[in-house]
Design a protein around this ligand. Structure first.
Ligand code: TPP
Length: 645
């Protein structure tokens, strides 16, 4: 399905990509070889992502841009800061990571799907969350100035990065921080979904104003055709900057002290190189506005940019997703989105808010079923939370659907604006727990710890998708903030009741009674706990009970203390860091009442967990496979008995 490059065949019959072991090899190629290199890079990205999944569209769109960057600048001395860093595949392929390592993209021991300083000296700054590039690049450029060195710092930002508050904060500080910085604005008009808001509209006007662009293209062609064209081109670019305001209101970026260059066709390799060279000259802070096509080279990705933003494995010929096993239960996100739509249709006070992730959070269902009650605010989690707080003051029942990891952005707003004023905002924290192949920037492993310390909040996790609907229903009736965490991917296959239940807040559910050991499990860990309990009973003759804890705050102290009998043992299980998590809440509760019961807390260790091929592989690598947990519980039980004897 990859489209043939016009001149790809004309340079060499030998593949070029295997000859690229670093940026110097990119520089050594003649200009005529670059279309073939671009085509091979696209083929490789399609080949690898069709098997491993990954960020297809964003990377196919930046091929010429990244080749241009490595032709004009020299990493690691010069530094590129990629926003989100999900579009770093081309950069990886040009900096010595092609071959087996790249083929293992997002898999255990393979290349990460994002950029990490620890992965390569060419990765100047790590990321996975959006909007960080401009601030970080500004810091690096300022450090360079203070230290008196000469390297270039280039921030590469997508158009959606400019919907992030932090990008705008950095923009506001360019003038006061440095006199030399290059910002490449890679404008493809898409976030994950279509980019939203006034800035997206403004960029669209900048790139599509027909009068301006016609004059610009004619004059540029004319200048470069003259003898001494380079100088003419320079004079022309100056004129262009100065006249752009006349055609397209005013160039916003100039007001922030960035010389605006563009718009430039990001797939015209020669133009890309020429404009990057121009941006590199002298002491200046510039913004190079590059227009690219998300998914270029793969028809299916051009047709469906949202689906191919972060795609699961697909057929490279048809673009169809490779089928999972038959009968896979629906994803948690879809269950939530459909339930919310049903509730919103029955109650006009209910509204759903997403920060640029309508499909990922399941809010597409609401957007389609109840569009007036749906808001996509862009990559603006802080604003999403505050916006919800404002809505709640007027009697609305807002639901913020934000991945656990991205809600970290809205922490002050959660405390200062929602919790302190006890406003009834519901937070649906998708991707809570391990997000295996995306890695540490995307694991949702900290939310219980960062929420549990806030007074008055309710934090819960359902054991299955039916209970998720109950929790949403319950949270929408709370007088204050409610947080529901649930994992990525498919539910347990539990049928959803017609009428949801209102759960008693702070009450756990005993799934199975036991007298020796009680496992208090949170969320889908309940299923694992049942398997472990069966095995401990069958192999060791122990009576092991299982509790579906449901609430990480408030926890069910009464039931817990009932289980904390002398000689028995309590085990907690959570898909969350053990530090400050649910197990710690249990520990504190037992400690406060001076219970001496043995307690084993199972959760992720106090480390950043790497990316890996699957949750199972990562659990095994960190001593959290069901077998490891079984052994830990048994070991703890036996040692406690020895001490008692
Ligand atoms: C704080 C945060 N919120 C949400 C996301 C999810 N996310 C990843 S990429 C992306 C869109 C990026 O769009 P853009 O910067 O324009 O780059 P493109 O993929 O279009 O090249 C979003 C919303 C994120 N990474 N970080």
């Amino acid at each position: 399905m990859s489209q043939p490059a016009e001149s790809a065949a004309s340079y060499s019959s030998q593949p070029l990509l295997p000859t690229i072991s670093g940026p110097d090899d990119v520089k050594a190629l003649p200009l005529e070889a670059l279309p073939q290199l671009a085509q091979e890079i696209r083929d490789e990205i399609i080949q690898v992502t069709s098997v491993n999944g990954g960020h297809v569209g964003s990377n196919l769109g930046v091929v010429e841009l990244c080749i241009g960057l490595h032709r004009v600048f020299s990493t690691p001395t010069d530094q590129f800061v990629f926003d989100v860093a999900h579009q770093g595949y081309v950069h990886k392929l040009l900096t010595g990571r092609a071959g087996e390592f790249f083929r293992g993209l997002r898999k255990t021991n393979g290349a990460s799907g994002f950029l990490y300083r620890s992965e390569s000296k060419h990765d100047a700054f790590g990321a996975g969350h959006a909007g960080t590039a401009l601030s970080a690049a500004l810091g690096m450029a300022t450090a360079r100035d203070l230290r008196g060195s000469a390297e270039h710092v280039v921030a590469v930002c997508g158009d959606a990065a400019f919907t992030c508050g932090v990008t705008l904060e950095a923009l506001n500080n360019v003038v006061g921080s440095t006199k030399r910085l290059i910002v490449v604005l890679n404008d493809n008009e898409w976030s994950i979904a279509k980019n939203v808001g006034a800035i997206a509209h403004y960029l669209n006007r900048l790139s599509t104003n027909p009068t301006y662009n016609k004059i610009h293209h004619d004059l540029e062609r004319f200048c470069t055709s003259l003898p001494g064209g380079h100088e003419m081109h320079r004079v022309y670019m100056k004129w262009k900057r100065e006249t752009k305001d006349f055609f397209v209101e005013s160039s916003l970026f100039e007001k922030f002290g960035l010389r605006y260059i563009g718009p430039v066709d990001g797939h015209d390799q020669e133009k890309m190189i020429k404009n990057l060279e121009f941006a590199k000259q002298g002491d200046q802070t510039v913004l190079l506005h590059v227009i690219t096509k998300k998914g270029k080279g793969l028809d299916a990705a051009i047709r469906s940019p949202e689906k191919f933003h972060g795609a699961s494995p697909y057929d490279s010929a048809t673009g169809e997703n490779k089928k999972g096993p038959a009968g896979t239960p629906p994803n948690y996100q879809d269950v939530m989105g459909k339930a919310l739509t049903k509730f919103a249709l029955a109650d006009s006070r209910i509204v759903g808010i997403t920060g640029a992730m309508p499909a990922g959070t399941g809010l597409t269902h609401l957007a389609q079923g109840c569009p007036r009650q749906f808001f996509d605010v862009g990559i603006a989690e802080e604003h999403a939370v505050l916006f919800a707080a404002g809505l709640a003051t007027k009697g609305m029942r807002p639901v913020c659907a934000i991945y656990s990891t991205f809600l970290q952005r809205g922490y002050d707003q959660i405390i200062h604006d929602v919790a302190l004023q006890n406003l009834p905002v519901t937070f649906c924290m998708d991707r809570a727990g391990l997000s295996a192949n995306d890695g540490p920037t995307h694991h949702g492993l900290f939310d219980i710890s960062y929420l549990r310390c806030i007074p008055g909040v309710t934090v819960m996790q359902p054991k299955d998708e039916d209970e998720l609907v109950d929790m949403l229903h319950t949270s929408l009736q709370l007088d204050g903030p409610g947080f529901i965490r649930y994992p990525r991917g498919a539910g347990q296959g539990t049928p959803i009741k017609e009428t949801p239940a209102t759960l008693p807040v702070g009450k756990a559910e005993v799934v199975r009674e036991g007298t020796n050991i009680m496992i208090w499990a949170l969320g889908p860990m309940v299923q694992d706990a049942l398997v472990i309990a069966d095995r401990l009973a069958a192999e060791e003759g122990l009576s092991v009970g299982v509790v579906n804890a449901r609430f990480a705050k408030p926890i069910d102290h009464t039931l817990l203390h009932k289980h904390a009998t002398p000689g028995s043992m309590i085990v907690t299980m959570e898909d969350h860091v053990v530090t400050g998590g649910f197990g710690t809440a249990v520990l504190e509760s037992l400690q406060d009442c001076d219970h001496k019961t043995g307690l084993e807390r199972i959760g992720w260790p106090d480390n950043f967990v790497e990316h890996g091929s699957s949750v199972e592989i990562l659990r095994a690598a960190h001593g959290l496979s069901p077998d490891d947990i079984h052994q830990r519980i048994l070991h703890r039980w036996r040692s406690a008995k020895e001490i008692t004897i």
